[in-house]
Design a protein around this ligand. Structure first.
Ligand code: GDP
Ligand code: IMO
Ligand code: MG
Length: 445
């Protein structure tokens, strides 16, 4: 059975943790979009590992990880991650493959990312309504993700296969550097990048990455023919998807389940199941609406208990109550067969818990996710309040052993989303998770 796992909120749902748990039953782990903007945390035996570009799950011995064509790769960041895995005794040369169709991030992409954010920020300061119109900063991770995907779509990007062809690479890089330097200078007044320095740096990256490069379509086709079990790992989350998220406060790729096919080069018929991951509450990093955002005191309490600081940038995450309108939107877009709920333990001390079951735009009730992001920004949540459980869930490993109020909360989420819960996580460690129902990647149906 092949399974896609996606974030069903604004990212950081605990995908890395859940992938690490499910990876025990998979043969091949595949990233299909995003890049080093992702930070997926796995904690094994008290040691923390944060995956950025490499699929989470490679801490299990014997697995194969694939970085698909839809991922954007910063070679410096990737090589650093490879070195960290090697230091943990992982045979990375055997375990990791990189699609030759994946696009590369260059220093001009990170510089453009920063320059555009700064321009948006100053436009907001000067111009009043820029933020409401989506003109303010996005709050990107600054990793050059957006500009790299822009080049991909503009058909001037440079792919891994180009890097392997020296003459073609230099020519493409020269054209890009010339063009980007014009934009940096004329539009942003930013310093230029230097062609020869980048060319020689990337020549070294080419030699280091060559052993990992494969034709991704062929590689995955062969593994599927051999009956290997594939586990696709979405980065970011549905509400950060460039089509289905809170545009323009999104990332620049398709973080939803559909992205797995285009971003890995596998047919839709090869996907058997989709699992969405949600936190038991909601978080978001960066700008954009978050209807259920907590007031200051509760924000501080949950942020501290949930350690809600970005795994990539260290920025504090904004936190709020569970938003069932958002999560149901995600269930529909991704076709989730089930959901995994993480961080239930973070709500343990709450005397009462709230779930957003709809919105109100002024006097107008809304029960579906609005496409107009400015309207979402205006919406007030309509809450349902349930009793809290006020007891420790972090050691529990069976649904039936959860406090009755926690069971009730989770059953209510299932009812609101219309799908069953298949896994519950009650702590950051690998052992702090248990399955609900008869789910297995090994089953053929
Ligand atoms: P991802 O981007 O979706 O992989 O999530 P991140 O790794 O960015 O953020 C999730 C954070 O929550 C990490 O620090 C995890 O170690 C932690 N975490 C995951 N599951 C749980 C859980 O059930 N309980 C608690 N307390 N922490 C968790
Ligand atoms: P994982 O995979 C949470 C957010 C950024 C910003 C917006 C655009 O760990 O869940 P980008 O740098 O992609 O152009 O930033 O998207 N963002 C994430 N938020 N988790 C992530 O990844 C994110 N990746 C990007 O904060 O709001
Ligand atoms: Mg993360």
């Amino acid at each position: 059975m092949n399974l896609v796992l996606v974030g069903a909120q604004w990212g950081d749902e605990g995908k890395g943790k859940v992938i690490d748990v499910l990876a025990a039953e998979a043969d091949v782990l595949i990233r299909y979009q995003g890049g080093p903007n992702a930070g997926h945390t796995v904690i094994v035996e008290d040691e923390e590992f944060i995956f950025h570009t490499i699929p989470s799950g490679l801490l299990h011995p014997g697995k194969i990880g694939v970085i698909g064509n839809g991922v954007v790769i910063d070679p410096a960041a990737l090589l650093e991650e490879i070195a960290r895995l090697r230091a943990r005794g992982i045979d990375v040369e055997r375990a990791l493959k990189i699609s030759d169709q994946a696009h590369l991030i260059f220093p001009y992409h990170t510089r453009l990312d920063a320059a555009e954010e700064a321009r948006r920020a100053s436009a907001t300061m000067l111009g009043g309504s820029a933020t409401e119109c989506g003109g303010g900063p996005i709050g990107t991770t600054g990793r050059g993700i957006g500009p790299c995907y822009v080049d991909k779509v503009a058909r001037c990007g440079i792919r891994v296969a180009d890097l392997m062809d020296d003459a073609a690479f230099r020519e493409k890089l020269r054209r890009n550097v010339e063009e980007k330097n014009r934009v940096l200078r004329l539009l942003y007044g930013a310093p230029p990048v230097e062609f020869e320095a980048i060319a020689s740096q990337y020549r070294a990256y080419r030699d280091a990455l060559r052993p990992f490069v494969v034709n991704g379509v062929r590689f995955l086709h062969d593994l599927r023919q051999q009956g290997k079990r594939l586990l696709f790992e979405g980065a970011q989350g549905t509400l950060l998807d460039v089509d289905h998220g809170t545009y323009p406060y999104v990332t620049s790729s398709n973080a939803t389940a559909g992205g797995a096919c285009t971003g890995a080069g596998v047919p839709p018929t090869s996907i058997d199941r989709v699992i969405g991951v949600v936190k038991a509450y909601t978080t978001r990093v960066g700008e954009g609406p978050l209807p259920t955002e907590f007031p200051a005191l509760l924000m501080e309490q949950i942020r501290t208990k949930g350690k809600e600081f970005g795994a990539t940038t260290g920025r504090p995450r904004r936190c709020g109550w569970f938003d069932a309108v958002v999560a149901r939107h995600a269930v529909w877009v991704n076709g989730c067969d089930a959901i995994a709920v993480t961080k239930l333990d973070v709500l343990d001390a709450m005397p009462a818990v709230q779930i957003c079951v709809g919105y109100r735009d002024g006097a107008q009730p809304l029960d579906e996710f609005p496409s107009n992001t400015a309207q979402l920004g205006r919406c007030a949540p309509v809450y349902e309040t349930l009793p809290g459980w006020q007891s420790d869930t972090s050691e529990i490993d069976r649904f039936d052993d959860l406090p009755a109020a926690a069971q009730r909360y989770l059953r209510r989420l299932e009812a609101l989303l219309g799908v069953p819960i298949c896994l519950i996580s009650t702590g950051s460690k690998r052992e702090q998770a248990f399955k609900v129902g008869p789910w297995s990647l090994s089953s053929t149906t």
